[in-house]
Design a protein around this ligand. Structure first.
Ligand SMILES: C[S@@+](CC[C@H](N)C(=O)[O-])C[C@H]1O[C@@H](n2cnc3c(N)ncnc32)[C@H](O)[C@@H]1O
Length: 195
């Protein structure tokens, strides 16, 4: 199975989107709510239906880049973002080929777990390249054993520390306390700061 553009586009077209919460995940919403600087440059990779993008845009954040490999969710998002949002900032591309930034903040939500696990070292490196020094990668990572079954693919706190520590200061990596009920106990909220 190749987790490529065709795969993801088909999952959206078939409405086979069990990951889609229909809303911003509460831990991410709480994180966004305490951000005070509204002019920071934010990337939402593998954003899907982009609930964080709408939430951020409605809260007054303007420098948003929304990236996905599949056109379907980006088309939908165009209709749901404020009219002032430039469609140039809705980018249909493969994250690993994406050249932009530097970003102050990247927000991760069920993108990492959707990638083939062998791409994880490249993910950590690419995030490092996209952020400015001191910039933050934040979001949620699943906390259940990594097996060949997926997506979503799991992992553990120890694995994530090992993967990201070469490029990032691990500021927070802990069990989320405000996950939605089906994900309670299986999400780690994290803030990694680029070295
Ligand atoms: C599990 S979904 C998560 C979507 C959204 N973040 C959410 O939580 O609802 C994974 C998303 O990553 C996108 N994706 C997968 N591989 C990608 C890649 N290499 N580059 C960019 N987007 C990718 C898929 O199209 C899909 O929208």
């Amino acid at each position: 199975m190749r987790l490529n553009k065709t795969y993801w586009q088909h999952r959206y077209e078939a409405r086979n989107t069990g990951w889609d919460m229909g809303m911003v995940s509460p831990p991410l919403g709480a994180y966004i709510d305490q951000l005070t600087e509204k002019n920071i440059n934010i990337l939402l990779p593998g954003a899907g239906m982009g609930y964080e993008a709408v939430y951020l845009a409605e809260a007054g954040f303007e420098a948003l880049t929304v990236l996905d490999i599949a056109p379907y969710p980006l088309e939908s998002l165009k209709e749901r973002l404020p009219a002032s949002f430039s469609s140039e900032n809705l980018v249909e591309a493969d994250f690993f080929d994406f050249e932009a930034g530097p970003f102050d903040l990247v927000l991760e939500h069920t993108f990492f777990c959707a990638l083939p696990p062998q791409l994880r070292p490249q993910y950590a490196l690419k995030m490092n390249e996209l952020l400015r020094p001191g910039g933050k990668l934040s979001g949620l990572l699943f906390d259940f054993p990594l097996t060949s079954e997926g997506p979503p693919f799991g992992g553990s706190k120890e694995e994530y520390e090992q993967l990201f520590a070469p490029y990032f200061h691990i500021r927070v990596l802990e069990r989320a306390t405000n996950s939605i009920p089906p994900r309670q106990g299986s999400e780690l909220f994290f803030i990694f700061e680029k070295k």
